[in-house]
Design a protein around this ligand. Structure first.
Ligand code: DQA
Length: 147
């Protein structure tokens, strides 16, 4: 099972930016942990971050046929990027949307996700653990223990 973890804008600043909201953990540390968890769980995890909308769109397009799932934190694009929403809808790869923070507990402009309706599911509010929970969902979907 191949998993692409996609991080959107400003997430390269994790561990330095607004620590009270996003935590101390750096993006590199998150990625290392996901790769390691993936190895334990039989998932091959690749990670990519971009601050550029078009690059994220290209990665989503190129994921088709290569990846079984995408774990995606679109950052602020979540709230307004119809182009990313359309990219998710345009490929046959299920996307799990992830946020470190609980976007519903924050400013009202963050309450909307234009990407969630075309995603398989959404996990938020658990800091870096949100990503790991998404990976756990993939593991479970790939070889179900519960139904
Ligand atoms: C975020 C939430 C967004 O509102 C914000 O713009 C981010 C990070 C999160 O992971 O909590 O950049 O996606």
């Amino acid at each position: 099972v191949n998993v692409l973890v996609l991080h959107g804008p400003n997430l390269n600043r994790l561990g330095k930016r607004e620590k009270a909201i996003y935590g101390q953990t750096t993006l590199d540390a998150i990625n290392e942990r996901l790769i390691q968890k993936g190895q334990e769980w039989g998932l091959r995890v690749a990670c990519y971050q971009s601050n550029i909308e078009g690059e994220l769109i290209d990665r989503i397009h190129h994921a088709e046929g290569k990846y079984d799932y995408i774990v995606f934190n679109p950052g602020a694009y979540t709230h307004y990027s119809y182009a990313l929403r359309d990219a998710i809808a345009a490929v046959d790869v299920p996307v799990i949307e992830v946020h470190l923070s609980n976007i519903h507990a924050r400013e009202s402009f963050r309450h909307t996700s234009v990407t969630a309706p075309v995603s398989r599911g959404q996990i938020m509010g658990f800091g870096a653990l949100s990503y790991e929970l998404a990976l756990a969902a993939i593991r479970e979907m790939a070889s179900p223990n519960m139904d």
